[in-house]
Design a binder for this molecule. Sequence first.
Ligand code: SF4
Length: 326
Amino acid sequence: MTDATPLVEVSDLTVHFAGRGNVLGRLLGKGPVVHAVNGISFSIGRQEVLGLVGESGSGKTTTGRVLARLVAPTGGRIRLGGEDWLCLSGSALRQRRRDVQMIFQNPFASLDPKWTVERIVAEPLKTHGRLAGPELRGKVASLLESVGLDPRLMTRYPHQFSGGQRQRIGLARAMALNPQLLIADEPVSALDVSIQAQILNLLAGLKASHRLSMLFISHDLAVVRHVSDRVAVMYLGTLVEIAETKTLYRSPRHPYTQALLSAIPDPARRKTRKPISLKGEIPSPLNPPSGCVFHPRCPMAQARCAQETPKLRPLADGQHAACHFA
Ligand code: SF4
């Protein structure tokens, strides 16, 4: 159950990067532009898990990184607990940063190999000046216990742990400041299937015990279904569909979502949907197609689709889809 006021409100978020191009073009500001995210809007409720799915290059990771303020957007607004999150700077930003934490696909890359686990998990607590000495050590021990790790291992280094254990260390560090929002970017895709289930159950437990909201980013629709209250689908920097998880998996309305879901078994129907094959590859974000960005691959495309960009519009049951014919 979630509160009515969203914790996160994203409006018209846009992220464009300078592409490689030639040096002169870049200096003149006339080089190629990567359209990573193009005017997306969504919200995340309190204690809600929003799954964000899409193929590689859809802009989902960039969206997560903007939310964590690791990447600056080109345009748009983000409100966090009613406050303008993108306008915060200096000490106000440092104070509020503790409320938004992120875990990554490859925890090994985000853990300093020269630091012990104790130092890694203690670091955010020290930075925010909360604890020191035996009190700090006790807090690290309880954080490690909360993610299912033996606190006696805190003197070890990241390379002495398995992939699943390293993800648990990353989670202990992320939870150290008791955040309101956890951004999990492909947190289980590098793990064995049996370990994936353990980490997903751990995330569900932390969500309940810490009253967390979560943006769960993944390319794996089966995993997203397992953890999310609602699911948003991205394609080439745009949000094409968003709905309650049950609604989306039962009756996807956007042709892209239909194609993605047709490839996975549907236990509710006790059969697999007829696979829908898409033409070609996802186009380059350097030169997105006109009109509906999905039109070159869409099995339902009509002449209008190449001219007119469909808006994300409400359908029944709170479902939204960006398709002229949904
Ligand atoms: Fe396909 Fe046209 Fe709908 Fe885009 S607007 S998803 S191209 S039918």
